[in-house]
Design a binder for this molecule. Structure first.
Ligand SMILES: Nc1ncnc2c1ncn2[C@@H]1O[C@H](COP(=O)(O)OP(=O)(O)OP(=O)(O)O)[C@@H](O)[C@H]1O
Length: 265
């Protein structure tokens, strides 16, 4: 479903500010894989997500989704295949627009007709039905401005918007990190449900080690622009936080340095 081959990126090459972001990264995701991504500060996690979504171009390497090469496609052109939820609850939605307007926008994502697609009675019914599945009462607030929602409500809406058109790849970029523990857990549970119901192929960056172990069927660890550990299926089920940290240290030769790391919820 997602094939990343020999992806490399160096920022400010040849200058004193030179930064290695990705070094020959290879990653292949099967349909329905739910992969959690952890790593030290500056490991290249965001760079990888930005390259898949098209906000950054690699120096070398290729990215394919469902067999189509997207390496040099604009962010807009590839958006029909990709859903993304950011850490910042303000990032994924338009605060001055209503919930239904935001959903209409998500619905038309990647389609050439753009925003003109509008809202009709049938579509409103569909929005209500989808919002109802979140179980937090947003279906009663279709005409509320998104800026009036709490952080958790906005992240739940962002998640719905990102998955509305069943993207081929879902990118979750520390999407629960800015929420308090109860809301983070709610959004985590919604994530699990939506990903499993729609069988979405998902890549989720998190600083929460417990969450990284608990969710998904595969875990990758990055350091210095490389994937240094790739743990799947049964092996993942037997992981512990201490074991994972130990393994990181053994492979990388240093302790996991992450100023935002959370060991549990
Ligand atoms: N736009 C940029 N310009 C220059 N250097 C950058 C840029 N974006 C990232 N980098 C550098 O590239 C490297 C990888 O950064 P990236 O943000 O991908 O890491 P990360 O794993 O997401 O880190 P963190 O967990 O701290 O957010 C770092 O050394 C970073 O400083």
């Amino acid at each position: 479903m997602l094939q990343i081959s020999h992806l490399s990126k160096l920022f400010h090459p040849g200058s004193v500010d030179e930064k290695i972001a990705l070094v020959n990264v290879n990653l292949q995701l099967k349909p329905g894989d739910f992969v959690t991504v952890i790593g030290s500060n500056g490991a290249g996690k965001s760079t990888l997500m930005n390259m898949i979504s098209g906000t950054l171009r690699p120096d070398s390497g290729t990215i394919h989704i469902g067999g189509n090469e997207i390496t040099n496609l604009s962010e807009h052109r590839r958006s029909r295949w990709i859903g993304r939820v950011f850490q910042d609850p303000m990032a994924g939605t338009a605060p001055h627009m209503t919930i239904e307007e935001n959903l209409a926008m998500a619905y038309s994502r990647g389609k050439s007709r753009g925003l003109s697609i509008g809202i009709n009675a049938r579509r409103r019914e569909l929005f209500q039905e989808q919002l109802g599945k979140l179980g937090i009462g947003l279906e009663e607030r279709l005409r509320a401005k998104v800026g009036t929602l709490s952080g958790g409500e906005r992240q739940a809406l962002s998640l719905l918007m990102a998955t509305f058109t069943k993207p081929q790849i879902l990118l979750l970029d520390e999407h629960t990190a800015a929420l308090d523990p109860a809301r983070a857990e709610l959004v985590t549970q919604l994530t699990q449900r939506i990903v499993s119901e729609l069988k979405l192929t998902t890549l989720m960056v998190t600083h929460n080690m417990e969450q990284a172990i608990r969710l998904g069927n595969r875990l990758i660890m990055m350091d210095g622009g490389r994937i240094i550990l790739d743990i799947r299926e049964q092996d993942k089920q037997h992981l512990s936080i201490a074991g994972l940290l130990g393994e990181f240290e053994q492979i990388s030769g240093h302790k996991l340095s992450d100023d935002r790391v959370v060991l549990g919820t």
